[in-house]
Design a protein around this ligand. Structure first.
Ligand code: SF4
Length: 147
């Protein structure tokens, strides 16, 4: 395998800014097992959770679940954002767990630098090893090519 541009690792530590949970409208993709887990945490059955918390979005011709968002103080915010942080942080979807080591963001130094303009945690904190980043990016929770 080719040596990645981030062979010396990348720094990231969440600053709890909320910029990845609020602001521009976005899609948080949910796998079936993630939807079940979140429903359980909220004390809802699957259909009730889907009705209240999700919408269907299409990707590569496949219908998938996404979390709803709502108007908020900073534009839009994820329905699970409580104003301080993620209300179900321990069970947040894979897409949220793997931020910012998404395939498309670690694809090039330019993509990483653009993400850093939005996220104050990029470039902060511990150095994450290249092999760890590659492993995370390969299963980042985003459908298709991760865009
Ligand atoms: S699920 Fe939680 S971590 Fe993910 S976008 Fe929503 S509030 Fe943020």
């Amino acid at each position: 395998m080719a040596t990645p541009w981030y062979q010396d690792g990348l720094r990231f530590a969440c600053q709890r800014s909320g910029v990845c949970c609020t602001g521009e409208p976005g899609l948080v993709w949910l796998a079936e097992d993630e939807a079940e887990q979140l429903a359980g945490r909220l004390g809802l059955d699957g259909p009730a959770f889907r009705r209240r918390y999700t919408l269907t979005a299409w990707k590569d011709g496949v219908a998938r679940l996404v979390l709803r968002d709502r108007p908020g103080k900073r534009g839009h915010e994820c329905m699970l954002w409580d104003g301080q942080g993620c209300s179900l942080y321990q069970d947040r979807p894979r897409q949220c767990r793997t931020w910012p080591f998404w395939r498309r963001l670690v694809a090039s130094p330019q993509a990483w630098a653009e993400a850093a303009l939005e996220c104050p945690g990029i470039g902060q904190g511990p150095l994450h090893a290249a092999h760890t980043i590659t492993t995370i990016a390969a299963d980042d929770g985003l459908p298709g090519k991760g865009v």
